[in-house]
Design a protein around this ligand. Sequence first.
Ligand SMILES: *[C@@H]1O[C@H](CO)[C@@H](O)[C@H](O)[C@H]1NC(C)=O
Ligand SMILES: *[C@@H]1O[C@H](CO)[C@@H](O)[C@H](O)[C@H]1NC(C)=O
Ligand SMILES: *[C@@H]1O[C@H](CO)[C@@H](O)[C@H](O)[C@H]1NC(C)=O
Ligand SMILES: *[C@@H]1O[C@H](CO)[C@@H](O)[C@H](O)[C@H]1NC(C)=O
Ligand SMILES: *[C@@H]1O[C@H](CO)[C@@H](O)[C@H](O)[C@H]1NC(C)=O
Ligand SMILES: *[C@@H]1O[C@H](CO)[C@@H](O)[C@H](O)[C@H]1NC(C)=O
Ligand SMILES: *[C@@H]1O[C@H](CO)[C@@H](O)[C@H](O)[C@H]1NC(C)=O
Ligand SMILES: *[C@@H]1O[C@H](CO)[C@@H](O)[C@H](O)[C@H]1NC(C)=O
Ligand SMILES: *[C@@H]1O[C@H](CO)[C@@H](O)[C@H](O)[C@H]1NC(C)=O
Length: 464
Amino acid sequence: MAQILSSIFIFLFYVLLLVNISEQQQQLINSTTTATCNFTACNSERIACSSNLDCDCFSLTSNSNIGICGSTIFSCASVVRCNMDNVTCSIASTICVNSTRCGQPICYPLPMASKQICSPKAVTSTTLQTTTTGWFSTGKMINARYYHTASILSNGKVLVTGGYDNGSSLNKAELYDLSTGTWTSTSNIHNARSSHTASVLSNGKVLVTGGFGENIIRNSVELYDPSTGAWTTAGNMITARYGHTASILTNGKILVTGGAGNSGISKSAELYDPSTGIWTTTRNMTNARYDHIASVLSNGKVLVTGGGNNNGALNSAELYDPSTGVWTTTGNMNNARYGHTASILTNGKILVIGGTGNSSALNSTELYDPLTSAWTITSNMNNARDWHTASVLSNGRVLVAGGGNGNVLNSAELYDPLANTWTTTSNMTNARSQHTASVLSNGKVLATGGYNSNTGFLNSAELY
Ligand SMILES: *[C@@H]1O[C@H](CO)[C@@H](O)[C@H](O)[C@H]1NC(C)=O
Ligand SMILES: *[C@@H]1O[C@H](CO)[C@@H](O)[C@H](O)[C@H]1NC(C)=O
Ligand SMILES: *[C@@H]1O[C@H](CO)[C@@H](O)[C@H](O)[C@H]1NC(C)=O
Ligand SMILES: *[C@@H]1O[C@H](CO)[C@@H](O)[C@H](O)[C@H]1NC(C)=O
Ligand SMILES: *[C@@H]1O[C@H](CO)[C@@H](O)[C@H](O)[C@H]1NC(C)=O
Ligand SMILES: *[C@@H]1O[C@H](CO)[C@@H](O)[C@H](O)[C@H]1NC(C)=O
Ligand SMILES: *[C@@H]1O[C@H](CO)[C@@H](O)[C@H](O)[C@H]1NC(C)=O
Ligand SMILES: *[C@@H]1O[C@H](CO)[C@@H](O)[C@H](O)[C@H]1NC(C)=O
Ligand SMILES: *[C@@H]1O[C@H](CO)[C@@H](O)[C@H](O)[C@H]1NC(C)=O
């Protein structure tokens, strides 16, 4: 009973949160201006008008809202009195000002009010600014999860499947509607799984392969049909695996590589043909690996980078040629890494980011040039991180978010490929690792779930 009540409470709490969610964020912004010198500043507030403390503000007798910032080092005997206006100041380059110190209005010599003598004082003011960039909470998922998948369907919705929730793999799937910012559940997958893959096929269906669930490594494969919201079982893979990759080749087939299987870390690869629903083996990779990344290059080849085996992280990379089915080794990365990301930049190069090296999380990033097969070290991120996400934005920049380096991070940073620089951008609303990030059709990035050492498995989601 208590549990039911607390669920109701939690439900209400989320409803309240949803109501409060807005597409805006308020930030305190410091702005620097120069001190004004008007009657208020001169007389009542006594705000210094210059960084030279020998200068003060004198208000014009003709208009007390206007003041001049002038030196106070003069003797009252050396200046001429005026009659509360500037008509009587016949001396060149003087103006009639009110002088409290001299006890009378005086013809003040304007050269003593120059910026050279009385340099304007910088004033920093803090204002509350409403911004529309940065991370904003959106609707919470129905299930907390990490090591899940998120796929963008052709109708623009995002399908989230499986993952872990506190030690057990999930069979739950749900859909995010970006027009409402809300999640609805869709049919359960047949086999609970995490560390699986999900690929959106050219016919719009989503192919889910392998993963780990109910204490077994899965070879099972399922297809989601967005038009019916139903899952159907597809042909099993030849090898059961998790922590593997699945890439859609330019010929429409799906290449699955590596992962951890029942006989250890695998170098095997296999192909799925969506037109027949049949899996066939293709040649083995040179290196067995899991938690690696596979990127489809613009020339159609597949670049596999890093990952781990029983000895730790790998710096090796290899290329699969779909036309011959042959793997060839290509240049080694400068750093061994797994739990990294690899982003295909608009110039065709591959940016590999962070991950776990042999001992700890990396801040290093490196670029692969498909034309030369060479890796070059690029700028370091501001934070070392692994199990983060990296998303190529419509402006070509790469948004990196979250991950961990001992602590789970809320920080996010942007890579500018032209300047080769990393700059910090606004923090996520939640620190999260092993989450997902999807670039939506409206250009925003949706981050979902993940793990956070303070609050555990997250159901929260946010937009950048
Ligand atoms: C704004 O100025 C205040 C006071 O000088 C300072 O404590 C704060 O860190 C500044 N904030 C930013 C964002 O620079
Ligand atoms: C005078 O200066 C104060 C303080 O800088 C400012 O808040 C105020 O708006 C100014 N008044 C006029 C009339 O410019
Ligand atoms: C000049 O200063 C006197 C005394 O300090 C004040 O009473 C008066 O209002 C000022 N006049 C103007 C025009 O600022
Ligand atoms: C006083 O001097 C100011 C600045 O030179 C000028 O703008 C203003 O018209 C003058 N006032 C009178 C009453 O002449
Ligand atoms: C996870 O499960 C354990 C054991 O069942 C339980 O003690 C713990 O409270 C759970 N944690 C969360 C965040 O649900
Ligand atoms: C791949 O390697 C495994 C051993 O790791 C071997 O049993 C298998 O025959 C190889 N497959 C191919 C297609 O070479
Ligand atoms: C990582 O560790 C492996 C095994 O100990 C070693 O072969 C490799 O050189 C190390 N790589 C780096 C970059 O330190
Ligand atoms: C990146 O990591 C290296 C080695 O861990 C460290 O020396 C360097 O200061 C780091 N750079 C940045 C920008 O944090
Ligand atoms: C982001 O969060 C970190 C710690 O969680 C904090 O130190 C940092 O100041 C935050 N940065 C911004 C821009 O709010």
